[in-house]
Design a protein around this ligand. Structure first.
Ligand code: NAP
Length: 334
C-alpha cells in the first residue's frame, strides 16, 4: 500500500484487510503474479496518477485464477486463468477521447499488489495457455505496448528490419514478436554485455550508444539503408537518433518516458524519408486478445529478469530500476 504522500519505496507498507467480495458484474481474482512497469515507479514518485489524500494499492498488471464470480457474470468460472486488461474501456482501435485512462494502480483505481483483487468481469481476459502466471503477468502493459507498436496500424512484415533500444520489458517483447513475424532486429544498447545477450535472443547486430553518440546513423548503415520500424522506448531525448535509423517509408513507434528533454523533432528528416512518427499508449482490449493468440501461436515466453516473493515487493521495485535489469521484474504469490 502507498499511503497518501509516500513517494519512496521505503514507505510502502503491508496491510491486512478482509478478502473482498465481488459485486454484480465482477469477479474476484486470486493473485498468482504481478509485474512492475517503469510507470509504477513514476506513480510511486508522485509524478502522475496520485490523488491528494488517497492511499493507493500499487501496480497495474496481474495474472491469477478467478476464485469467485459475482451475480450476473457470464463467461467466467472459478478456476479460469486470467490477466487484467489495462484500460477500463478501450475495447477496439481507434481510441476515443476519454477511454485511454491510467490503468489500475493510479488515481482512484486501486492496483493489484494484493493477494486477492476484485475486477469488473469486462476488465479480465484469458491468460495464454502456454505461459505460467509470472509470464502471463507481463502482458497487460509491456506485452500489449510492444504488440501495438509492431503489429497494429503499420505492422511489421516478413523480411523487414526493426530497431529496439535497451533490454527492458517492452524492447524484449518487440524483439521476440518481430523475430516471430519474420523481421531482422537491430538493437541499441549502452553496454556490450547486454548486446551480446540480445544476440543470443536473435538480434542480428547491436550498436553501443555509449561509444557512438550518432547511433542512429550507425544503425542506418549497419542495416544497409535504414530500418522500417524503430520502437523508441527512451523518449524525446533519443527521437532524432531514432529517426536517423529509419529507412524510406519507415516508422518510429514512440513509447518511452525515460528521457523527456530533447531537441525539436527533425521534421525535415521525417519528410525526406517519407517516414512517420506514431504515439503509442499501451493498447486496446482487442490488441491484448490478439497478443494472447500470437503468444500461443509462436510459443513466445516473455523474458523475466527477476522474480520476488510478495514479502519482498520492495526489493522488486528496486530491481526494476537497477542497471542490471534484463526483461521483466515479477512478484509471485503462492
Ligand atoms: N507509451 C506507453 O504506453 C508505454 C507503455 C509501456 C512502457 N512505456 C515506457 O517505455 C519505456 C520502456 O518501458 P519498459 O517497461 O520496457 O521499461 P524497463 O523494463 O524499465 O526498461 C529498462 C531498459 O531501458 C533502458 N534505458 C533506460 N533509460 C535509458 C536511456 N536513457 N537511454 C537508453 N536506454 C535506456 C535500460 O537500458 P540499460 O540496460 O542500458 O540500463 C534498460 O534496458 C519506459 O519509459 C516506460 O515508461 C510506455
Amino acid at each position: 500500500m502507498m499511503k497518501s504522500g509516500v513517494t519512496d519505496v521505503e514507505g510502502l507498507v503491508r496491510e491486512e484487510v478482509p478478502v473482498p467480495d465481488p459485486g454484480p458484474g465482477e469477479v474476484r481474482v486470486r493473485v498468482r503474479a504481478v509485474s512492475i512497469n517503469y510507470r509504477d515507479q513514476l506513480v510511486l514518485r508522485g509524478w502522475f496518477g496520485r490523488l491528494e489524500g488517497r492511499d493507493l494499492v500499487p501496480l497495474s498488471d496481474v495474472a491469477g485464477e478467478i476464485d469467485a464470480v459475482g451475480e450476473g457474470v457470464e463467461g467466467w468460472s472459478v478456476g479460469d486463468r486470467v490477466t487484467n486488461l489495462h484500460f477500463k474501456e478501450w475495447e477496439d482501435a481507434p481510441p476515443t477521447t476519454g477511454n485511454v485512462d491510467l490503468g489500475l494502480g493510479a488515481l482512484d483505481d486501486d492496483g493489484v499488489l494484493a493477494e486477492y483483487v476484485v475486477l469488473s468481469a469486462e476488465r479480465v481476459t484469458r491468460a495464454p495457455g502456454n505461459l505460467d502466471f509470472a509470464e502471463a503477468a507481463t502482458l497487460p502493459v509491456a506485452g500489449v505496448t510492444a504488440w501495438h507498436a509492431v503489429a497494429v496500424d503499420h505492422p511489421v512484415v516478413v523480411g523487414q528490419k526493426v530497431m529496439t533500444i535497451g533490454s527492458g520489458g517492452v524492447s524484449l517483447f518487440v524483439l521476440q514478436l518481430s523475430r516471430a513475424m519474420g523481421a531482422e532486429v537491430f538493437a541499441v544498447v549502452r553496454r556490450d554485455d547486454k548486446g551480446e545477450r540480445l544476440k543470443e535472443m536473435g538480434v542480428g547486430a547491436f550498436v553501443n550508444s555509449t561509444d557512438n553518440p550518432t547511433w542512429g546513423e550507425a544503425v542506418f548503415e549497419a542495416s544497409g539503408g535504414g530500418v522500417q520500424k524503430v520502437v523508441d522506448t527512451v523518449g524525446p531525448g533519443t527521437l532524432n537518433q531514432s529517426i536517423g535509423a529509419l529507412g524510406a517509408g519507415g516508422e518510429v513507434a514512440f513509447v518511452g518516458l525515460f528521457e523527456m528533454e530533447g531537441d525539436p523533432v527533425d521534421v525535415m528528416a521525417l519528410m525526406g524519408k517519407t517516414a512517420s512518427l506514431r504515439g503509442i499508449a499501451v493498447g486496446s482490449h482487442r490488441m491484448h486478445r490478439d497478443l494472447v493468440e500470437a503468444v500461443e501461436r509462436y510459443d513466445i515466453h516473455p523474458v523475466i529478469g527477476d522474480r520476488f516473493a510478495f514479502a519482498d515487493a520492495k526489493e522488486a521495485f528496486r530491481a526494476q530500476v537497477s542497471p542490471g535489469v534484463f526483461g521483466k521484474v515479477v512478484v509471485e504469490l503462492s
